[in-house]
Design a protein. Structure first.
Lengths: 254, 807
């Protein structure tokens, strides 16, 4: 217990202080040119976020961006995605943080500023997953809708009952993973697509030949209809023995 | 069904009788001298040495016996043998061990033996003393659990495990102790003389859970990972906590007055003892790992280091009176990963076997003794106290799980549901540790006999009642299950992708949790720890490891059918052959490539194995598939005989060739020579399509996921007609193999043009030539191996010779 608590504590602390650091850094950056008028300053929103963390409901002030009322279609989003108000507020705060210029939408470049994400072998794909083809903008509702894939399955059952097929269902999660492979969006993971992912993930550890044979083997393993590619159904089938509830879940902070 | 089970029971009874007879005949020898002061004539030994030397000094005795000299080790050996025979006996009829846990059976045998001993008024040897238990019997058991702890799920759930182990045990000890103390105040029971400290001590003893039986049931029905690991980890750390509490309370019981300061000191001591043990364990673990870095020249004593270091950790911890269990468990957990990469495959197997063996023997003996002692020891029966002990043990266990889960659930991604909680609560069997602790209680405790009796009752009750009923119950309430047979490359890849995704999404959301820390640790591990502790510190992905494992399985299957099954029809072999070909287009590899892979393969065998045993029952060996292991051995020996020359050169070749195959950091192979690579591969791929028409429809979908299942063979037997087809494909593939050479040369050329790899490439070619030279001489000694070697220089895999031989 103690270990876990400690981890959590330090994790939260680190994240917060990091956020603050980034915020201050960013602010100093912003200070040199005249700051755009009317922007909610990041520190405020951070503080407000903390308020939300504690209070959940009332007692919020200033920085209108973090009140649920100011989240576009807040209520509807809650119902649609199953996130609680606290979750939404936190995500919105993060959204604002990423949205450095306050445009109200995110662009791929905003994501690319997250250092860890660029180090992630499939970071580019993850970013791409947030942006539908030929769309360079991501507004908050879409942001939340995509993140909803990662909401744990069992929670907020009362809300789940209304819509049986949610983004965070098993299929939804699998679909998200599948689309990370399927870059040309033809509904199939070709050998080449699999190879690309493998190359990204394994990188320097193996030879190209080994990569190829691994990919080959994987495709053959999963390929049922013999078309040399993995369709979504085959993908699903190959993973049917894995309990997804443990794989594609994030315990979103409140 | 009914009949067969009855027959099984008959068989079992007969076997038991046989065993007890066996014992009876055996018991004559060991127990007499123990029990009796009178030295009886039948035992010559005691008479022997005395009269002879004195009376007839001049004569050299022709025949002497000196039983007293060997008595103790002799008896211990006999006891162990008996217990082991009993274990064999249980497995004569598998249904028995399926429904009745082994511990129950052992206790039953112990009871029978005890009954026999009681009837002939014998006493069991006084082997089980406190020192013997703590210094010799406990360490193997704990080392066993610690070493085979499934590492990944453990660290994923470490918080919960420790929460239940530490807080849960405290909860149980204090709860049961207090309640029993309250009961002791009731005059009707006549146990007012038991004070609070003694009650707490007793409560501590019986709060050590030992769910071996439960774990094997959990494994059989494959309950979800979280439940499994929590029960597993709980039993492990709970032992540590129990022993700490035990020593604390047994110290406290000797104190005349307990002051409040002592309570605080106790808490402080508890922390020191626990964390100190952990620290020592980790320290010794790292030292052990570091040592094995240098043992490559002394393979024969390699396994010894592991045991010596673990035991040393245990003893040193004992020396400083800190938690020795914690020390040995942490030592095992820490070193396992590194040691298994450092030591040779055989040493690794040996380590695993010996750890298992020692653990199993220790535990078997304790359970066996439990049965014997139940009959032979003096009991003090007190209905009230014992029944209330049972009651409280149940209530506090249940309550504890309920309350603790409520507290921990908000912190978990996957909360425990009611069924899981039931599983945890019901899985709280008491076992060997409890018994041993109770049996070794100091004699100055007034009601020791009562405590022993109560402990035995609660053990028997939980082991028999809960142990037998848990399987049907778990199946009945339908606990969440996992399928742990995740042995397909797809699952491995996709899981990995998902982990990366999760880490990415967490970064995106600006929150850090499990994946973040895992990521951090892996980086630290790869950058620092592995460099220091491992001889060969190239990181290897789990995907590659799994891939190799699957490949190896195929290879072994082929070996199996070719050289193991004499009755194997040619079609089987050829099908295996074909399957192999279809699952991996290996033919296009260069010889050096393959060789390299083989070296990696043989070096990584342990690793491969490690992945198969992440869930191993406490009593089963890590790799149940003995046959497979023999085959691995055979595989390597055949491999050696296949190319004796290669062994001298291996040392130089391997490092060199590795250089070519691992890319310089920051560059991808693709950027280096994209066109040739791509095109040649594509060409080959299309060719392979041509070469194996319709292979996918036949073998594709059952290629590897069930490589270990006998299913294959059943299915393949029917397809006799495929021999011809396979011959063709065989030829086709060899043709393809010879074609791939020019391609590779071409690729060399292009590489030369492209960049400054010239030297390396040249070396590579030289090396290939070396190989060519090597081959003829390699082929000489085993005549049967020579032929294929010449035919297909690209493929040193041994399946080839067998195939040709059969043909």
């Amino acid at each position: 217990m103690s270990v876990q608590m400690k981890q959590r504590g330090s994790g939260g602390g680190a994240s917060k202080s990091r956020d603050l650091l980034q915020v201050t850094a960013q602010r100093s950056r912003q200070d040199s040119p005249p700051p755009p008028a009317g922007q909610p300053l990041p520190p405020l929103s951070v503080r407000a976020g903390e308020d939300n963390l504690r209070g959940g409901g009332g007692g919020r002030m200033g920085s209108g961006s973090s009140s649920l009322k100011h989240i576009p279609d807040g209520q509807q989003l809650m119902e649609e995605t199953g996130f609680s108000a606290a979750h939404l507020l936190r995500l919105h705060e993060r959204f604002d943080f990423l949205d450095k210029d306050g445009r109200g939408h995110l662009r791929p470049e905003d994501f690319e500023e997250i250092r860890e994400l660029t180090e992630n072998p499939i970071g580019g794909r993850i970013i791409a997953a947030f942006f539908p083809p030929e769309k360079e903008r991501l507004d908050f509702p879409s942001f939340v809708r995509i993140l909803a894939h990662f909401r744990p399955i069992g929670k907020n059952r009362s809300r789940d009952r209304a819509q049986p097929e949610q983004a965070n269902s098993r299929t939804g999660k699998l679909k998200f993973a599948f689309e990370l492979y399927d870059q040309d969006r033809d509904g199939k993971i070709s050998r080449e697509e699999l190879l690309q992912v493998l190359r990204a993930m394994l990188g320097l550890q193996v030879t190209e030949e080994q990569l190829r044979s691994i990919a080959e083997r994987a495709v053959q393993e999963a390929d049922i209809d013999g078309d040399g590619a993995i369709s979504f159904d085959e993908f699903k089938k190959s993973l049917e023995k894995v309990d997804m509830e443990h794989k594609m879940n994030i315990r979103f902070l409140k | 069904m009914d009949l067969s089970s009855r027959r099984g029971v008959d068989l079992f009874v007969i076997f038991c009788v046989f065993l007890s007879l066996l014992y009876g005949s055996r018991a004559e020898v060991p127990s007499r001298p123990t029990a009796s002061v009178t030295i009886l004539p039948p035992i010559k030994p005691d008479n022997g040495p005395q009269p002879y030397p004195e009376e007839e000094k001049s004569n050299l005795p022709v025949f002497t016996m000196n039983y007293s000299r060997i008595q103790i080790p002799f008896e211990i050996t006999l006891w162990m043998l008996l217990a082991s025979f009993a274990k064999i006996g249980f497995h004569v009829y598998p249904k028995i061990t399926f429904w009745v846990p082994e511990s129950c059976l052992l206790v039953s045998i112990g009871l029978i033996v005890g009954g026999i001993m009681y009837s002939v008024h014998e006493k069991p040897p006084a082997v089980l003393t406190s020192n013997v238990f703590f210094l010799y019997m406990l360490p193997p058991i704990v080392l066993d659990s610690g070493y085979f702890m499934p590492t990944r799920p453990f660290f994923e759930n470490v918080g919960t495990v420790l929460w239940f182990a530490v807080v849960g045990t405290l909860w149980n000890s204090i709860g049961i102790g207090m309640s029993l103390f309250a009961i002791c105040q009731i005059e009707a029971f006549g146990v007012q003389d038991i004070n609070l400290q003694e009650n707490l001590l007793f409560a501590t003893i019986i709060s050590a859970v030992d769910p071996v039986a439960v774990l094997s049931v959990f494994e059989d029905v494959s309950v979800n990972e979280q439940l499994y690991i929590v029960v597993f980890g709980e039993c492990l750390f709970n032992d540590a906590v129990t022993v700490v509490l035990y020593s604390m309370f047994s110290f406290v019981t000797e104190m005349p007055v307990v002051e409040p300061v002592d309570v605080f000191l106790g808490v402080a001591r508890f922390l020191v003892v626990g964390l100190g043990g952990m620290g020592f364990g980790v320290l010794f673990g790292f030292v052990a790992a570091f040592t094995t870095r240098f043992t490559s020249k002394v393979r024969e004593i390699e396994p010894l280091f592991i045991f010596m270091y673990s035991y040393l950790a245990y003893l040193v911890a004992e020396l400083f009176a800190i938690s020795s269990i914690m020390a040995i468990v942490c030592c095992a957990l820490t070193m396992k990963y590194y040691v298994e990469e450092n030591v040779s495959q055989r040493s690794c197997t040996t380590i695993r076997h010996v750890v298992k063996m020692l653990g199993a023997i220790s535990e078997t003996l304790i359970f066996f003794f439990l049965g014997v002692v139940t009959i032979t020891t003096e009991h003090e029966w007190n209905w009230g106290y014992i029944l209330f002990t049972l009651l409280f043990a149940f209530i506090w266990r249940g309550l504890g799980i309920l309350v603790l889960t409520q507290i921990i659930n908000p912190f978990r991604t996957i909360p425990f549901n009611t069924k899981d909680q039931f599983g945890m609560a019901y899985g709280g069997l008491r076992g060997a540790i409890s018994f041993a602790l109770a049996f070794t209680l100091p004699d100055n405790i007034g009601r020791k006999h009562l405590f022993v009796t109560a402990t035995i009752v609660i053990i028997l009750f939980t082991v028999f009642l809960q142990g037998i009923s848990i399987r049907p119950l778990i199946e009945f309430i339908n606990v969440r299950r996992t399928n742990r047979k995740t042995d397909t490359i797809n699952i491995e890849i996709h899981t990995r992708l998902m982990e990366h995704t999760m880490a990415g999404i967490e970064d995106l959301c600006g929150q850090w949790s499990h994946y973040y820390w895992k990521d951090k640790f892996m980086k630290f591990n790869n950058r620092i720890l592995r460099r220091i502790l491992l001889r060969d510190n190239r990181a290897e992905s789990s995907i590659v490891a799994l891939y190799k494992k699957l490949e190896l399985q195929n290879a072994i299957e082929i070996l199996d059918t070719a050289s193991g099954d004499i009755s194997a029809a040619p079609s089987i072999i050829s099908l295996q052959e074909e399957k192999k070909n279809s699952t991996k287009p290996k033919k296009k590899f260069l010889a050096a490539d393959l060789k390299n892979m083989h070296d990696i393969l043989s070096k990584n065998m342990y690793k491969i194995r490690e992945r198969t045993v992440s869930y191993t029952s406490k009593h089963a060996l890590p790799n149940d598939n003995q046959r497979r292991e023999i085959l691995i051995r055979r595989h390597s020996s055949i491999r050696r005989s296949l190319r004796p020359g290669s062994f001298q050169t291996r040392q130089q070749i391997v490092p060199k060739s590795q250089k070519y195959f691992s890319l310089p950091p920051g560059e991808s192979l693709n950027s280096r020579f994209p066109p040739t690579r791509q095109s040649s591969a594509d060409a080959q791929e299309t060719m392979s399509e041509v070469a194996y028409p319709g292979r996918r429809s036949r073998f594709g979908n059952r290629s590897s996921s069930g490589a270990m299942m006998p299913l294959h063979r059943l299915g393949t037997l029917k397809e006799v007609s495929s021999v011809d087809f396979l011959n063709e494909s065989e030829r086709g593939s060899t043709g393809r193999g010879s074609q791939s050479r020019p391609q590779s040369l071409r690729h060399h050329l292009s590489a030369d043009d492209n960049n400054g790899l010239v030297d390396e490439m040249r070396i590579r070619q030289v090396e290939e030539e070396e190989e060519e030279e090597e081959r003829p001489q390699a082929s000489q000694p085993p005549a049967w191996a020579a032929e294929p070697r010449d035919e297909t220089p690209q493929n040193p895999l041994l399946r080839r010779p067998q195939w040709n031989e059969k043909k």
